[in-house]
Design a protein around this ligand. Structure first.
Ligand code: NDP
Length: 287
């Protein structure tokens, strides 16, 4: 008899988190501060434009202030840095997000490093990353934080479990591995140079996949009963949105699995809202 995994819905969990945030934001507003997020987008990448609009929409739904700063593709690095400085000094703005990717003529890390660490709600500033690694208070990068929130709210035990992370990017793989370690998992990180990936993923009690390859991880990579978190978002040639995990085959083997769409994606935006609220509280020293 085949069994089917528990579906871990980011859609459902993110709605629960947003309901809590709405109440917390109302309390901060009652103290005279409206948390504000500024999103800066350079150029006209259609996917980025959709992400930016969704972020602004979610801010407004939760009662926060939101600004979108749309700059032309021809914007120089100096002009973008001047925009970041202006937002760093803007009292109505508590969180600044630079939508990536930036045009090739702009040095991405130079721009990200220019964001005041107080307002770095993406959690990409080296100071935030350093604080996360040593366990100090910091804004956690949104996607990894969303993964952790899903695990916790699904009552999945992390301590003592073997967590395998496939992917080692600075925005997903490395920070998610660090957060799992912080919660006392034994963590293995795999990447494109890992020989015999399946031999390692089959040891995972918790498997987090963030590689950007459509449906690359299938049932043969999975230990029966494992929890599988699929961070990937890929568009197939026939226009479908799929993860890095072959959902249908893994559903039959895993103990729990996140769908795509409706899995990690909605959690990422929600954690951005949480970071912006935290930033407003920190900047204004509110409880
Ligand atoms: P990157 O391209 O920056 O990193 C991919 C990582 O996967 C690299 O470390 C690479 O290894 C590794 N990798 C690639 N192919 C393989 C393979 N065949 N076997 C093992 N490892 C492999 O991607 P991101 O981390 O930025 O994103 C990963 C996925 O997550 C993408 O689909 C992206 O769209 C999605 N994403 C989703 C978000 C959400 O909100 N749900 C947010 C951010 C990203 P190496 O380092 O050796 O090159």
């Amino acid at each position: 008899m085949t069994t089917s995994a528990q579906v871990i819905s980011g859609k459902v969990i993110s709605e629960a988190v947003k309901a809590e945030l709405r109440d917390e934001i109302a309390q901060v507003i009652a103290q005279g501060i409206t948390p504000g997020l500024a999103v800066v987008i350079v150029g006209e990448n259609p996917a980025s434009q959709v992400y930016v609009r969704n972020k602004a929409k979610t801010c407004l739904q939760l009662g926060m202030h939101s600004e979108i700063h749309e700059l032309p593709e021809s914007t120089s690095q100096e002009e973008l840095l001047a925009k970041v400085t202006a937002l760093n000094n803007d009292a109505n703005i508590h969180g600044i997000l630079i939508q990536l990717p930036l045009p090739k003529h702009i040095n991405e890390s130079l721009v990200l490093d220019a964001i005041s660490p107080d307002k770095d709600v993406d959690g990409f500033h080296p100071m935030q990353v350093g604080n996360m690694v040593i366990g100090n208070r910091s804004y956690l990068p949104c996607t990894p934080a969303g993964v952790m929130e899903m695990l916790k709210r699904s009552n999945i035990t992390i301590a003592g479990k073997h967590a395998v992370v496939v992917g080692r990017s600075n925005i997903v793989g490395k920070p998610v591995a660090m957060l799992l370690l912080r919660e006392h998992a034994t963590v293995t990180i795999c990447h494109s140079k890992t020989p015999d990936l399946g031999a390692i993923t089959r040891q995972a009690d918790i498997l987090v996949v963030a590689i950007g390859r459509a449906e690359a991880i299938n049932a043969e990579h999975i230990k029966p009963g494992a929890i599988v978190i699929d961070v990937g978002i890929n568009r197939t040639e026939d226009g479908r949105l799929v993860g890095d995990v072959d959902y249908q085959s893994v559903l039959e083997v895993a103990g729990g699995i996140t769908p795509v769409p409706g899995g990690v994606g909605p959690m990422t935006i929600t954690m951005l809202m949480k970071n912006t609220l935290d930033a407003a509280r920190t900047i204004h020293q509110l409880s």
